[in-house]
Structure formats: structure tokens, C-alpha cells
Design a protein around this ligand. Structure first.
Ligand code: KG4
Ligand code: ZN
Length: 463
């Protein structure tokens, strides 16, 4: 079995072999984690160097290149975007290429697992080649290949991982397995070079809502998560029910239409007011939106472009009201999480917001106010680095590679049916004890609904 040592899980497994960290006394726990981290890293790196006499090539053959001149190719295929990028350890983005399946999703309202896999497989070679060409580098110029190994749909992840292993095997390059959500968080360190651990992160995407205290590289404390649907799913469904053009996904369509509407016109309830924790829920808000749409007799079959002006304005009012309440829910949870995080680690200065929904200007502006009011500074990557991309994977690869977390090159002649270490469900860090709510303990973080339906279809097919 070919194992791709995942950067995050290798830390977790090392920590597991030590005493399990308890976050009842968070400050002490944080210091203990840091201490364990240093020792375990040193021993793991020594073992790796000794067992690979000519490896890793950048660190051993050319030590002067190691610290500040890495060039890493990042490959991302966990969801519905096929992406690749080449990034330097100086933070310079040499290239970025994304091929989206949004067209497929808009046309069919969802994609069968095979269809998603095929869409990735059709474009992966072109996307990677374009990333190398635009960066003006050859495979041999690379220091390593980084690739997302989870969370996501196995069939889709496999396409990226196979491509990464092919390149790494052919050109004798180390390989770094990447956690998709960690990559969304860490790309902020490429944008803001002052951003040191510990810092706070809100991740908002199609499948996840996560509030994280990033203690150190590979060490994350989960303060809150989604107990049902993620915010991106709520944006996407609202857009679909309002008959919007989904070709750029639902979020941007709602953001645009909401600018025309009155955000106070429809009285939606803010979710989970009675739960004084940092978890999220968007399923109830989705139902409220659906009922409002039904009560206004809005017909999603009639595209917004053909709607009467009265119909258009009632759709815009719903979009604006939905967005206001969805973001209020984020604001409340973030405010509480900042309080918790500062109790744990008073030195925190930055609050990162990333993931597809973080490309929304209204979301950014509102969260900026909350973060500022609480004495922190907001770091929000530019929209092209908030939605799924290869840069975040390459950059996270650089972060882990620098501290010695990577796998040796796979064999050049690796069999196509080699069993790969793919992680469709992969939590990010430890759960904070105080953050566990009754609702949260009953359910785990949900995946993007398009992925959930793909998995269900795949299970049915296999059975
Ligand atoms: O992080 P991402 O690209 O993929 C996942 O990992 O899920 O996030 C995709 C989600 C989709 O639900 C999409 O509708 C949402 O991000 N999104 C937005 C905006 N742009 C993308 N939501 C609100 N406003 C936007 N401008
Ligand atoms: Zn994502």
C-alpha cells in the first residue's frame, strides 16, 4: 500500500502517541502541544534523512536552496474545481490555473460521481501543464509536489493524487499530502507575512463552517463547526430557488441580487440564538427562505432575467434578507469565539476569514467590523484565493515541507491500481471541550451537499 504521509495527520498521530492533550486547561495544553511538536518533528526528520541518503534533494543536495528557494506545484481536485498552481517559498505566485465544473452543476443540478471524476480526469493534464508553462518551470525545477488528499470525494481526490504521484515518481520529487481546509486557512500567511501563530480562523465554504484557533502548524483547536448545512450550501440553494444563474455558483449570484433588495423586508430568525456556543446551523434558515419563496409565489422555472420588475424586486428582497441573517449568525458566533480564543491565548492579533463564501464583499465588511471591535485585525485573502485554488495547496505544501513533513518520491513505475491514502472525511484538529454542544455531538461536520449526494449515489452503485 502506497502511503502518502499526510502533513496534518502525521502531527495528529504523533500527538496521539503522546498523552492526549486536554483543553480544559487550554493555555497549558497549548504549551504542551508546542513542546511535543518540536521534539516529534526533530526525531521524525532525522529518521527520514537517514533513510534517504540522496533525499530530500533540496535540503541535502543543495542546502543553501532549502530555506528560501523552494518551488512547489500544488494540485487540488477535492470538489468541483480542478486547480493547479506553482508557488515559491518567497510567497511569489508563479502561476494559477482553475478549471471549474460549475457549468456541469448548473446544467444538471448536480453531477454523478463518475461524471465529476471524468470532468477532473479530462482536464487535469491540461491544467497542470498550463500551470507549469505559465510559471515557466519544468518538473525538474520543482522542489516537491503538494496535493489535496482530503476531505472531499474519494473519486475526485484520486484524480489529483494520481497525477501528483505520477509527476513525483517520474521526476523523483517529494510529495506532501494536504488537508483542504487547512490550506484555505494557511493561504492567509502567504498574503499577510506578519501572520504568526497563534491566530483565529473562520472557514466558510460550500461544505464547512469552522471556527478554529490555529495554535501552530498542524495544530488546530476547533471552537465551532456546522451541525447541519454549511453557509455556502444555504447560498447555493437560495440562488437555485430564486431562479438565479448558477454558472458562477449560487453565492456570487445572491451577493449581486442582494444589492438591489431591502435586507429588512423579510423577517428571518437568526439561527441558534439560544445556543451560547460557537457552532453553526443553516438548515432552518434554508427552510425559512423556502417558505418565504413559496408564499410570494416565486417560480424558479422563470429565470430572474425574464421576471417582471415586481417579481424581481421580491426575489431581491429575499436574497438581501437571507444574506443579512446568514451573516448575522456568523457575526454572533465569531464574536463569542474571539472571547473564548483570547481567554486561551491573549496574544492573538489576527482573525483570518477564508473559503469560498469569504469572497463575498458584504461578508467581509460585516466581519471586519466585528473583528476590529474586538481588537483584532482581519486577514481575508483576495477572492481568487478564497474559492478553491491550487495556490493554497502549494503554499501549505511549502509550510509543511519547510519543517520536514513530506513523503519520499513514489516509485516511477507505480501501478495504476495502487491503494492510495485518501481521506474523504478528515477533521481539522482537536475539538474544544467547551465548544461541544448537544447538537454538535450528535452530528459531525457535513460535507458539501453535492458531495454528499455523490457519495450516496456511489454507495448505491457499489451495493
Ligand atoms: O471553498 P469553496 O470554493 O469550495 C468548497 O470547498 O466548498 O466554496 C464554494 C462555496 C459555494 O457554496 C459558493 O456558492 C460559495 O462558496 N461562494 C460564495 C461567493 N463565492 C463563492 N458565497 C457567497 N458569496 C460569494 N461571492
Ligand atoms: Zn474549499
Amino acid at each position: 500500500m502506497a502511503l502518502l504521509v499526510p502533513s496534518l495527520s502525521s502531527t495528529i498521530s504523533r500527538l496521539k502517541s503522546l498523552s492526549k492533550p486536554s483543553f480544559h486547561n487550554p493555555l497549558r495544553a497549548l504549551k504542551t502541544l508546542q513542546l511535543h511538536y518540536k521534539t516529534s518533528f526533530i526525531s521524525s526528520f532525522a529518521a527520514l534523512s537517514m533513510s534517504n541518503s540522496n533525499f530530500p534533494k533540496t535540503l541535502i543536495q543543495n542546502p543553501s536552496k532549502s530555506a528560501d528557494d523552494l518551488v512547489i506545484l500544488g494540485i487540488e481536485t477535492s470538489c468541483d474545481d480542478t486547480a493547479a498552481a506553482v508557488v515559491r517559498s518567497s510567497g511569489e505566485i508563479l502561476s494559477q490555473v482553475v478549471s471549474s465544473q460549475a457549468d456541469l452543476l448548473a446544467r444538471y443540478g448536480g453531477v454523478a460521481p463518475k461524471m465529476a471524476e471524468e470532468a477532473h480526469a479530462q482536464v487535469i493534464d491540461r491544467v497542470v501543464q498550463e500551470a507549469l508553462d505559465k510559471a515557466n518551470v519544468k518538473e525538474l525545477d520543482l522542489s516537491a509536489v503538494a496535493v489535496t488528499i482530503g476531505p472531499g470525494l474519494s473519486l475526485c481526490l484520486r484524480v489529483g493524487v494520481q497525477k501528483a504521484r505520477k509527476i513525483a515518481g517520474t521526476f523523483n520529487l517529494p510529495i506532501v499530502g494536504i488537508h483542504h481546509m487547512e490550506a484555505h486557512a494557511l493561504v492567509a500567511r502567504l498574503i499577510e507575512r506578519e501572520l504568526q501563530f497563534p491566530f483565529m480562523v473562520l472557514l466558510i465554504s460550500g461544505g464547512h463552517n469552522l471556527l478554529i484557533l490555529a495554535c501552530n502548524l498542524g495544530q488546530y483547536l476547533q471552537l465551532g463547526t456546522t451541525i447541519d448545512d454549511a453557509i455556502g450550501e444555504a447560498y447555493d440553494k437560495t440562488a437555485k430557488w430564486l431562479g438565479l444563474d448558477l454558472r458562477r455558483s449560487g453565492g456570487p449570484a445572491i451577493e449581486e441580487l442582494a444589492r438591489e433588495g431591502d435586507p429588512e423586508s423579510v423577517k428571518f430568525a437568526v439561527p441558534m440564538k439560544q445556543h451560547k456556543d460557537c457552532n453553526f446551523s443553516f438548515a432552518g434558515l434554508k427552510t425559512q427562505v423556502r417558505l418565504a419563496i413559496e408564499s410570494k409565489n416565486i417560480n424558479a422555472e422563470i429565470p430572474i432575467s425574464s421576471a417582471s420588475s415586481e417579481d424581481r424586486s421580491s426575489r431581491a428582497n429575499i436574497a438581501a434578507s437571507f444574506q443579512r441573517v446568514a451573516v448575522l449568525h456568523l457575526e454572533e458566533r465569531c464574536e463569542r469565539a474571539i472571547g473564548w480564543a483570547l481567554e486561551i491565548e491573549p496574544s492573538i492579533k489576527y482573525f483570518v476569514v477564508s473559503g469560498g463564501v469569504a469572497s463575498n464583499q458584504y461578508v467581509r465588511a460585516r466581519l471586519n467590523q466585528v473583528v476590529k471591535k474586538n481588537g483584532l485585525e482581519l486577514v481575508c485573502p483576495p477572492p481568487s484565493l478564497c474559492t478553491d485554488n491550487g495556490v493554497m495547496v502549494a503554499w501549505t505544501g511549502i509550510e509543511h515541507f519547510r519543517v520536514g513533513r513530506f513523503d519520499p518520491p513514489p516509485p516511477a513505475d507505480e501501478a495504476e491500481d495502487t491503494i492510495l491514502d485518501l481521506r474523504p472525511r478528515w477533521p481539522l484538529g482537536e475539538e474544544y471541550e467547551k465548544g461541544k454542544s448537544e447538537a454538535r455531538s450528535m452530528r459531525t461536520a457535513r460535507m458539501h451537499p453535492s458531495l454528499t449526494s455523490l457519495i450516496q449515489a456511489s454507495i448505491q452503485k457499489q451495493s
